[in-house]
Each structure stands twice: as C-alpha cells, then as structure tokens.
Design a protein. Structure first.
Ligand code: UT7
Length: 349
C-alpha cells in the first residue's frame, strides 16, 4: 500500500492587516491584554465583498498545485475544511471545482473546525493509500471576519480569530520511507456547546412536541433566527475560553504522543511540530510538557491570529518556505478545537 506525500503546499492571507490597537476602536480591549493572553499581535481580514472562504482557498490551491508540478485539471478529488463556508450549503469544495475549471470530480467538505485540516488530510490519505485517487487537493480556509461580534460583548472570541487559507496536494509517495506515517482522529461531543455557533441550525428540533404545540404561528416562523436571538448575540460564535483551554492542554500532548508512539519515535525526533494556532500559551505549554526546544515548534499566531481550519496548513507552508523542513524530516501536525475534536498526523517529509 503506497503512503501519501505532500507534493505541493501553498497559502494565502488577505492583504488587510488588523492590529490589536485597531480593534480598540470597536470594543473595550487592549493590545496588552490580547498579547499577554493569546500572543496575537495582528490578524488579516478578507475583503468584505471581493474575498470569500472559497476564493482564498483557490489562491492557496493554485500555489500548491503549481508546486506539485501539475495542473488543476490533474486533481481527481477535493477535500475542503472550513467552519465559515460561503454558503450554508452547498459546501466550498464544489465552488473550488467550478472556479478552477476542474473535471466533474468528487468534492467533499469537512466540518471539523480547528482540527478540520488534519481530519481532511487523513481522509485524503486513505483515498491515496487505497489507490482510488492520485492527486487530491486538500484545503483549509476561513473567513471569520464576516461574522464576529465586534462589540465588547464578543471580545473574548472576536480578538482571537483571523482569515486565511492553506492547501496541499497529496500524491502517492515515491519511496517507501517518506510520506504520511499515520493520522489519529478523536472526538468527544460531551462539551459540544461550549465552543459553538448555534444559529442558524436545526437544534429547535430538541424542543418537545408539547412546547412546539404551544408556539403560535409567528413564533414558529421565528424559530430559527428571530430578532430577539440576534439582539441576544445568538448568531455569533460562543466560547467558554477557559474550559476549552483546560481541555486543549491535555489533548494536544496526548494526540502528539499517540502519533509518536505508533511509529516508534520520541518527542526529540520531531524536526518541526505544527500545532493548530489557537493560543500561543497553549503551544508553549505543549512544548514544555513534551520537552521540545523552541526551534522544534512553529508558531505564527502572532501574525495571523487563529485561522481555525487554515492555521495548520498556513503554518506548515511558512515553516516549509523558511527552509525548516527538508526531505527526511519528521513533521508532526496537531490540532484541537470545537466538538471537541482533536487530531494529529505524523509525516516523514
Ligand atoms: O481554536 C479553537 C480552540 N480555542 C481555544 O483553544 C481557545 C482557548 N482559550 C483561550 O485561548 C483563552 O481562554 C482566551 C484567550 C479565550 C481567554 O483568555 P483567559 O485568560 O482564559 O481569559 P478569561 O476568559 O478568563 O477572561 C479574563 C478576563 C475577564 O474579565 P473579568 O471577568 O476577570 O473581569 C474577561 O471579561 O478578561 C476579560 N476579557 C477581555 N479583556 C480585554 C475577555 N476578553 C477580553 C478582551 N480584552 N478581548
């Protein structure tokens, strides 16, 4: 069974830089608070009308495809990870297929938030290993800026997130040694609501038939998104940050060790760890817990904030572009986020 390898990698971030100080004109926050609690100095926001999650994904994909030495028409499957799709449906995968004038290939959207890219990579890896496809485009892209609460009410969430995209082309590995060694996927839905965007959604189905029987017609009409819900900020993401933090610092090291143990490696063998860029303090905690040196962990949250499904491929791309990753190097990707879901991938470059 051939392993799969990353044959090309690309990233795209919007030009518009938003500093922490810029945010202080909308909400009661400070550069000091944001840097101290998260490490973030600035983030990028997509153009309100000219850029979408799909268009950013396409820009990253063009670079990845070019670096793989193929054309968009050679791609035989798309896996697109995002929590901020252009449309509620259809997904972004088909929009990439259309924009890049690809053949009538399969396109799959993955909805696993911060671990979306690692999940997407794992799905693509299985398709390559089974021999079903030869050139899979895997994209992680987010346009968070369209839907954050920029008032003080939403500051614990909105200062963290940024926009951007990353993409890879996955192909069968050329030799037996290199490629994706293993991927590890986990979930625990027990705390699904502590990091979530509830609306729009169909969770009203949870209401009992007795409750629904008591609704009048106007209430039923407003069930999914009423003015009251909007006034109460129920159309924005909700996060109980400290609870997420506590879980993340346990699950990150666990899933990284799972990948290393599966393949008989130790933390010291990792050339570069690419953790999902959720919070610099989380990445530093993981580094300390695993006894990794600073140069073994790549962080860029300072420049881009948390770009959710895009954060791992953007960081991987930058680390690669900076010459930190060379053939034969052991690279570990790890992510944790809403769901909760968490995941890792160990790659021999
Ligand atoms: O990528 C998906 C997974 N997400 C994560 O992994 C996020 C994990 N959690 C975190 O990164 C951190 O919990 C946050 C960065 C979100 C928050 O940091 P924290 O140190 O946990 O702060 P906190 O939520 O406990 O809030 C501390 C104080 C509160 O004020 P009081 O109640 O102590 O008076 C907040 O109201 O900081 C206040 N606060 C802010 N102040 C200035 C919250 N957000 C802000 C803000 N600016 N933006």
């Amino acid at each position: 069974m051939p392993k799969s390898r990353i044959a090309g990698i690309g990233m795209y971030v919007p030009q518009h830089v938003v500093s922490n100080n810029d945010l202080t004109s909308y909400m009661d926050t400070s550069d000091e608070w944001i840097q101290e609690r998260t490490g973030i100095k600035e983030r990028r926001y997509a153009h309100r009308t000219q850029e979408t999650t799909t268009t950013m994904g396409v820009e990253a994909a063009k670079i990845a495809i070019d670096r793989a030495g193929i054309t968009a028409q050679d791609i035989d499957f798309i896996v697109f990870a995002t929590l901020s799709p252009d449309y509620y449906f259809p997904g972004c995968g088909v929009l990439v297929q259309r924009a890049m004038k690809m053949g009538e290939i399969g396109a799959l959207d993955v909805r696993n938030q911060c671990s979306g890219f690692v999940y997407a990579l794992s799905v693509a890896d299985q398709f390559i290993k089974s021999g079903m496809y030869k050139n899979i485009l895997v994209i992680g892209s987010e346009k968070h800026s369209f839907g954050l609460d920029f008032s003080t009410r939403g500051r614990n969430v909105s200062v963290i997130f940024g926009d951007g995209a990353g993409a890879v082309v996955l192909q069968p590995a050329e030799d037996e040694e290199s490629g994706i060694l293993s991927t590890h996927l986990h979930s625990d839905g027990e705390s699904a609501e502590i990091l979530a965007m509830y609306n729009p959604g169909t969770h009203a189905n949870y209401w009992t038939s007795q409750q629904v029987a008591n609704f009048d017609e106007a209430e039923i009409g407003q069930m999914f998104m009423s003015h009251e819900m909007i006034d109460n900020a129920q159309n924005f993401p909700f996060m109980d940050g400290p609870s997420v933090f506590k879980k993340a610092v346990v699950k990150f090291p666990e899933v990284i060790m799972e990948a290393l143990n599966t393949n008989g490696y130790k933390p010291a063998d990792i050339k570069v760890l690419i953790p999902h860029q959720a919070n610099l303090r989380i990445a530093q905690f993981v580094q300390q817990k695993l006894g990794l040196r600073e140069e073994q962990v790549y962080n860029n949250i300072q420049k881009y904030g948390n770009t959710t499904a895009a954060s791992v491929p953007i960081a991987l791309c930058e680390a690669w572009q900076q010459g930190m990753i060379e053939k034969g190097d052991l690279v570990c990707l790890a992510a944790f986020g809403s769901g909760f879901t968490w995941a890792s991938a160990l790659i021999k470059w």
